[in-house]
Design a protein around this ligand. Structure first.
Ligand code: AMP
Ligand code: MG
Length: 337
């Protein structure tokens, strides 16, 4: 459906009725359900094939909703909300009894976000309840950043998708939790960077799992089995942490195969000798394009995708985080001599 007011009203009615609706947000398209309706939330898990131990983010349209569904809110939350909401920041707080435990996978905390996308906020307002909305993809597959991506994954499993064009941000929110009075931990890097958070809170810790590079190897590819895949296309992704010349040298051995492709930066493309797609130059461009490009690789029947790794700075940290998971930790770094 379109993003017209009358269609948003229909979307809200479907949600009130316990149905699932694909909802645009500035990060990625969400698979929305009334967060207070346990049966509706159960349907999200089914439609996505999502493991039931993975808690969901609830989306709110105003601060009153935050107070209604969470408690023991530290003051710093209001400071962060003032600066970053509506926007791609998710805060984990103690939940109240009105949040069904299926939403939080049994945890006594709930993750909350106020999306910047106006359609999303309007829908939430019309429903009058927070909406549980994980990304609207089959679990494990790259997140959807267009309404068509949602249809590709969810056709027949949901009642409607609100089409509001391409997501501005393109990857998921930054998820933070609180430790003590004035200290936060980044559980998942996103569009709101550690540097931005430090303008509000002195003590910002990045969780090891969010940036772990443990699987980085020197000169060879290794794939530790313990880490689970996420954001992954069908194509096998290998992340190559190299400058352009070393990247070309590394892929030379593989890149002439018909079903192999490289994913490089726009400015790498001049005279690039192998089959390629590009995903922008700046971290912001890369964030916006990465999931669409991973999906495009599958549409083109690519079996092996060699990706030039983004720099792990600013928003690049989040892009890197998604790619390292998409690759199942297959990261290549060549020996520098
Ligand atoms: P998504 O599937 O993109 O909506 O992801 C939701 C993210 O928020 C996942 O990384 C969850 O692990 C995280 N999350 C949701 N609720 C909680 C919670 N109560 N505590 C910690 N992390 C959470
Ligand atoms: Mg997701």
């Amino acid at each position: 459906m379109t993003n017209s007011d009358s269609d948003l009203e229909i979307a809200a009615l479907l949600l009130k009725d316990g149905q699932l609706v694909g909802m645009p947000t500035e990060t990625v398209y969400g698979l929305a359900a009334d967060a207070t309706n346990a049966e509706a939330v159960e349907r999200i898990f089914e439609a996505k094939g999502r493991p039931s131990d993975n808690p969901m983010i609830i989306h709110i349209s105003d601060i009153d909703m935050l107070k209604e569904y969470t408690e023991d809110i530290p003051n710093v939350v209001y400071k962060l909300a003032e600066k970053f909401w509506p926007g791609p920041l998710t805060m984990v707080l103690p939940k109240r009894g009105n949040v069904p435990s299926i939403v939080t996978a049994g945890l006594d905390t709930v993750a909350v976000r106020m999306p910047a996308n106006e359609c999303a906020r309007k829908i939430i307002e019309l429903v009058g309840k927070p909406l549980a909305a994980p990304s609207a993809n089959i679990s494990g597959y790259p997140s959807p950043t267009t309404a068509q991506h949602v249809i590709d994954d969810m056709n027949g499993k949901i009642s409607a998708v609100v089409d509001d064009g391409v997501c501005n941000v393109g990857l998921e929110s930054t998820v933070i939790s609180f430790e003590g009075y004035d200290s936060i931990r980044i559980l998942r890097p996103g569009y709101i960077t550690p540097e931005q958070l430090k303008t509000v809170v002195d003590d910002v810790v990045i969780d090891k799992n969010a940036i772990s590079d443990e699987a980085v190897v020197t000169g060879e590819v290794r794939s530790p089995g313990m880490k689970y895949k996420h954001y992954s296309p069908k194509a096998k992704v290998v992340l190559v942490r190299e400058g352009l010349e070393m990247f070309k040298k590394y892929v030379a051995e593989y890149a002439n195969d018909a079903d192999t492709c490289c994913l490089i930066f726009d400015y790498d493309a001049a005279d690039f000798p192998y089959k390629y797609m590009t995903y922008g130059n700046t971290p912001e461009e890369q964030a916006q394009q990465i999931f669409a490009k991973l999906r495009e690789a599958d549409k083109k029947g690519i079996k092996n995708l060699f990706v030039r790794a983004p720099r792990k700075e600013g928003v690049g940290l989040a892009v890197y985080n998604r790619l390292i998971r998409a690759s199942g930790y297959e990261v290549v770094e060549c020996e520098q001599s």
